[in-house]
Ligand binder design. Structure first.
Ligand SMILES: NC(=O)c1ccc[n+]([C@@H]2O[C@H](COP(=O)([O-])OP(=O)(O)OC[C@H]3O[C@@H](n4cnc5c(N)ncnc54)[C@H](OP(=O)(O)O)[C@@H]3O)[C@@H](O)[C@H]2O)c1
Length: 250
């Protein structure tokens, strides 16, 4: 049995709470939330507090709050082993006096969307072997795929994740707006979106690249630019140049 306390009640915290409550060998002792009226927490059986001085001791105390609040919150914790869940914050940003670590789930979490933890890479970091073993146990109880990354490696991977997830999703937003503007359902692009993500299971991204930028079809590129707003043109040109340069220096 491993005991856990969670600090926070946002996206990541909620998914972790739900998952831990289902695992027999995890004792979720307490959740810290600023909002004791939170409906999902009220419905669950978990004990809550909004007072950091009343946090219980646990094998692992997980801070799952906004990146900017991690340092301040950790400063107030006396628990033996405190970790955060951020991809871009260094382990040493934790200001608790005792042991520190990181439990970073490399996935995009939204409140409304169920998460299958067995497909998630869980990136671990700790100051010593026995703490790392606690995180490995927790990650394996969640059935995640364990990776040991240093703070620097995790920060680099987080940037890569911003490219594949956040930026890709923003491209979907632009495409969605173009579809809407011209009364074509966005569904028409779904098979293409599926194929794009499936293809890189067998090809490198460079091998999978197609399109006017890759072929250097100047006329098509000019025609596309004429169909776009000024800000879309700037983005289109930057990405076209980047594709032609294989993602290296522009
Ligand atoms: N979302 C993702 O896809 C994802 C994936 C991997 C890692 N992460 C990391 O996980 C952490 C949590 O992200 P999230 O997406 O769950 O964030 P979120 O949904 O925005 O929730 C943030 C939580 O932090 C609390 N909080 C913010 N400032 C606070 C403060 N000053 N004092 C106390 N509590 C404070 C919020 O409380 P209130 O509700 O009271 O405002 C809320 O419970 C971040 O470090 C993030 O980088 C996120």
């Amino acid at each position: 049995m491993i005991s856990v306390v969670i600090i926070g009640s946002g996206n990541v915290a909620k998914h972790l709470i739900k998952a831990f409550l289902k695992i027999e060998n995890v004792n979720l002792k307490q959740v810290y939330t600023r909002n004791l009226e939170d409906e999902a927490l009220l419905k669950s059986s978990v004990s809550t507090t909004s007072d950091l001085s009343l946090i219980k001791e646990a094998d692992v105390t997980i801070i799952a709050v906004s990146d900017d609040a991690i340092a301040n919150i950790s400063y107030n914790l006396k628990n033996a082993f405190v970790v955060h869940t951020s991809g871009s914050v260094e382990m040493k940003a934790l200001k608790n006096q005792k042991n520190k670590g990181v439990f970073y789930l490399l996935q995009s979490f939204s409140k409304e969307k169920e998460i299958n933890f067995s497909t998630i890479p869980i990136c671990l970091e700790a100051e010593n072997k026995s703490d790392l073993a606690k995180l490995e146990k927790l990650a394996s109880l969640l059935q995640g795929n364990i990776y040991h990354l240093s703070s620097l490696q995790r920060k680099k991977i987080h940037v890569a994740a911003v490219f594949v997830n956040n930026f890709t999703n923003h491209m979907y937003t632009i495409a969605y707006n173009i579809c809407e503007e011209h009364n074509v359902p966005f569904d028409i692009l779904e098979p293409l979106i599926e194929e794009t993500s499936q293809k890189i299971k067998n090809l490198t991204p460079k091998e999978a690249q197609t399109g006017p930028a890759k072929r250097n079809d100047i006329e098509t590129i000019k025609n596309h630019l004429n169909l776009l707003s000024k800000s879309q043109q700037e983005l289109y040109l930057k990405i076209t140049q980047s594709i032609q340069n294989h993602g290296k220096e522009l």
